[in-house]
Design a protein around this ligand. Structure first.
Ligand SMILES: Nc1ncnc2c1ncn2[C@@H]1O[C@H](COP(=O)(O)OP(=O)(O)OP(=O)(O)O)[C@@H](O)[C@H]1O
Ligand SMILES: [Mg+2]
Length: 360
């Protein structure tokens, strides 16, 4: 994938800035603030490759690295509502800003693993044995659970140096069953996966399956922010009411603190019912995003290409929507971290007060 200066301006929403132009990118290259175009056969190209883009995004983009590592879980109990597409877009756009990101796939279907490009061309492999060997070599969370691998052995890289992931393997089914027999069964992921990953990554994204199981409760126990896509269709409307009360109850019972954010998806401008449902979500949910993802062929194509919409079709209304949505989620997660920090300070101060009371 090549990233021309024009494309970069659109991807990072710089073209709307009247003070910004391609000249500024060239000046930044001359001053050594951003990387120069790479060379090919001794000649300087006119565009960057995925390798250089995060350093440009860090300098000119619209997202800032979180001060402390953040964990986002993308989950709702409904299939096909753009959970994995949202995860892919969040992951790539964050990584394009040089935010060190790791996606942990929790769905046995393996959609996010394929979307991130793992063994994408395996079906084109000529011989069965080679393909089988390659697929059998993939390590995932079950290998960690069974002490057959260390956490950082599971990491797979992508074309973006700031984006890694832990792939899904079919044995996730066994892991889910085994978790049921462990002590503190909701905290395995947090203790053995998320906490170690926080040492290396600024952002950890958990892509969940649509069914309620122990991998999901583990993800909820580990996350700072839960993002739930809400499809603008009547069947999902009924599902959402049930889901919402389920999450509130779980949060209360487990004494969890994560922020919860809804994102309307797959609405269709030409369908009256779909627009009415979208408006209902916006008017009646105080934790509903201002932004929503419409039904769109571009969304589907970009996922198939393992790209975020802003990379695949920069400047397109869907790309602008994704950028605004991701910016909103970032603002929310910074606020959530601040809230948690304040709670920590309050607990620390109360502890100090109690200790000094005891002493006196
Ligand atoms: N804006 C869009 N409009 C329509 N389809 C889209 C859009 N963006 C992505 N898609 C496609 O919709 C399909 C379902 O999306 P996705 O896999 O993200 O849903 P999901 O909620 O993760 O599904 P599951 O519950 O099976 O995990 C995919 O084929 C994806 O490429
Ligand atoms: Mg999915």
């Amino acid at each position: 994938m090549n990233y021309s200066p024009q494309k970069v301006l659109k991807m990072f929403a710089l073209e709307d800035n009247p003070h910004f132009s391609i000249d500024i990118l060239h000046k930044a290259i001359a001053l050594g603030k951003i990387p120069n175009f790479p060379k090919s056969r001794g000649l300087r190209k006119k565009s960057w490759s995925a390798n250089e883009i995060p350093l440009i995004g860090e300098h000119f983009g619209f997202l800032k690295k979180p001060k402390r590592p953040i964990v986002i879980c993308v989950f709702v109990t409904k299939g096909g509502v753009l959970k994995s597409s949202l995860t892919l877009n969040l992951a790539r756009v964050a990584a394009l800003h040089n935010i060190k990101t790791c996606v942990v796939g929790l769905d046995m279907q393996g959609d996010i693993t394929s979307a991130l490009g793992l063994n994408r061309d395996l079906d084109n492999e000529d011989d069965f044995e080679t393909a089988l060997n390659k697929i059998s070599a993939i390590r995932g969370l079950p290998d960690l659970f069974n002490d057959q691998a260390q956490i950082f052995d599971l990491i797979e890289n992508t074309d973006l140096p700031s984006l890694d992931f832990i792939p899904e393997t079919p044995e996730l089914v066994n892991l889910e069953k085994s978790l049921a027999l462990t002590n503190r069964r909701e905290y395995w992921l947090k203790n053995y996966v998320i906490e170690p990953l926080k040492e290396k990554y600024d952002l950890i994204l958990l892509d969940a399956s649509p069914n309620w199981n122990l991998l999901i409760t583990n993800a909820l126990a580990a996350c700072d922010v839960l993002v739930s896509p809400l499809e603008c269709k009547i069947n999902n409307f009924r599902n959402f009411k049930m889901f919402d009360s389920f999450i509130r109850e779980f949060k209360w019972d487990m004494n969890l603190n994560f922020a919860h954010h809804y994102v309307p998806t797959r609405w269709q401008k030409q369908r009256k019912l779909s627009v009415e449902i979208l408006n209902w979500y916006r008017e009646n949910l105080d934790n509903c995003s201002q932004f929503s993802i419409p039904e769109s062929g571009q969304g589907e194509e970009s996922s198939a290409m393992s790209l975020s919409v802003p990379e695949y079709t920069p400047g397109h209304p869907l790309a602008i929507m994704y950028n605004q949505l991701i910016r909103e989620i970032f603002t929310l997660m910074q606020a959530q971290k601040l809230k948690e920090q304040n709670i920590e300070y309050r607990i620390r101060d109360t502890k100090k007060e109690v200790e000094s009371d005891i002493e006196s």
